[in-house]
Design a protein around this ligand. Structure first.
Ligand code: ATP
Ligand code: MN
Ligand code: MN
Length: 393
């Protein structure tokens, strides 16, 4: 029996953007459980429930020590009855029956396997499951038509499931840097996403590209992509054009986390470490030929990785921003996704401002607020500056 007076009670602000959340999570068992339920909700088209579980998990991530009893959680924000039940189950019984049930369920397992394919979202997975497709093998046998992204995703499934290391992210950074300065001297690249927050691994590598002279970045992405393609670095790419100009007259759209930058979703072909010199980044034509032949999909599906392969596939996202929007793009693309969502909610609900990855609009003053650094944006929002390493909500 624990004496209640000795129980540590925690206190955290309800907006994640008011908290400092490092990668040093003291409650991984609880946050993994809540994240799994969040994922299940998101995959089941229940976004509201998904966000609720994400918020609950984020509150636990911000605690300074492990939770030992539910009494410690009294007064904490974002912990609804459902989340509290899951937490109590784990603290008292060592596991949550709901989480265990979900993990084992055929539906969840199928949704996971199918949406783990690059290019496959919850809706597509749902449709396939209704057609009786629960596995990669069944998908390959089904004769379903796959789009180009999904074909690439299936072909490189095993590689893309392997977490990307920081060393691999840095190696890709060197390649992207070479591409960018080759096609536009003076252009700059910045590592964004999880790696900027200090994560040691990621599901992809994200880069933001800009040029210090406004306007010089126009048309940059297709040139970068062509350069990368000509050097044999791309296994797949899809570039979408900048569509922000069309919306320039309206305020930044707070509720939507879709942005309008010129961006490229790609799959890189990254040579193994021992094949990457410090400066050497090119694939020799001979390599490309041998490797391309090796990665071909046969009727039986992707060939198993063999000892001879000297490269792996890595997901890479590239975004181009004009320098005038750079600070907003940097803030918007560094994440975490929940931290971003909370920043926008804070801006809208508490400050009557609309924040996007392009701009900050003050609804009361009826004007855009210019910023050249993330610090300035936090100041406009009346927030203490939170560095990237503490945005891991
Ligand atoms: P991981 O290690 O899993 O890659 P991550 O935090 O880097 O973690 P990403 O999915 O790569 O996750 O997203 C990086 C950032 O880019 C996030 O902050 C997210 O808000 C932003 N982002 C991702 N997709 C979009 C999009 N379509 N529009 C706007 N922002 C996006
Ligand atoms: Mn990422
Ligand atoms: Mn990404």
């Amino acid at each position: 029996q624990i004496d209640e007076a000795e129980v540590v009670a925690f206190s955290v602000p309800s907006y994640a953007c008011l908290r400092r959340t490092t990668l040093d999570n003291h409650n991984p068992v609880l946050t993994d459980a809540l994240s799994l339920l969040a994922e299940n909700a998101e995959l089941s088209d229940e976004d509201g429930r998904g966000v609720a579980f994400r918020r609950a998990a984020a509150v636990l991530k911000a605690l300074p020590e492990p939770v030992t009893g539910v009494t410690q959680l009294r007064g904490l924000p974002c912990l609804g009855g459902h989340s509290l039940r899951v937490i109590r189950d784990i603290l008292e019984n060592g596991a949550s029956s709901e989480v265990e049930f979900t993990k084992q369920s055929e539906r969840f397992k199928a949704l996971k396997v199918l949406t783990d394919i690059f290019g496959v979202g919850a809706k597509t997975a749902e449709r396939w499951i209704r057609d009786g497709i629960h596995s990669l093998h069944q998908l390959q046998e089904s004769g379903q038509t796959l789009n180009r992204a999904q074909q690439a995703g299936l072909e490189h499934y095993d590689d893309l499931k392997q977490p990307v290391t920081k060393a691999e992210a840095d190696a890709i950074g060197e390649i992207v840097e070479e591409a960018v300065v080759s096609v536009l001297p003076g252009a700059q690249i910045t590592l964004i996403g999880g790696f900027r927050r200090g994560k040691l691994t990621g599901h992809d590598v994200d880069f933001l590209i800009t040029h210090p002279e406004e306007g010089r970045e126009v048309g940059l992405m297709p040139k970068v992509v062509s350069w990368l393609e000509s050097q044999g670095f791309l296994l797949y790419q899809k570039t979408t054009r900048n569509s922000y100009l069309e919306a320039k007259d309206g305020p930044a759209r707070p509720a939507s986390n879709m942005d309008r930058f010129e961006r490229c979703f790609s799959i890189f072909k990254l040579a193994d470490a021992e094949k990457r010199g410090t400066k050497q980044t090119e694939n020799t034509p001979e390599d490309t030929c041998r490797l391309a032949a090796h990665s071909q999909v046969t009727d039986e599906g992707p060939k198993p990785a063999s000892g001879h392969r000297r490269w792996r596939a890595v997901r890479v996202d590239l975004v181009v921003s004009p320098i005038s929007q750079f600070a907003f793009a940097l803030l918007g693309w560094t994440g975490s996704k929940l931290f971003e969502r909370e920043l926008r909610r804070w801006a809208g609900h508490e400050k009557a401002m609309s924040l996007s990855s392009h701009a900050l609009y003050d609804n009361k003053q009826g004007r855009y607020l210019k910023a050249t650094s993330e610090e300035e944006i936090f100041t406009y929002l009346g927030l203490e500056y939170i560095p990237p390493s503490e945005r891991n909500a």
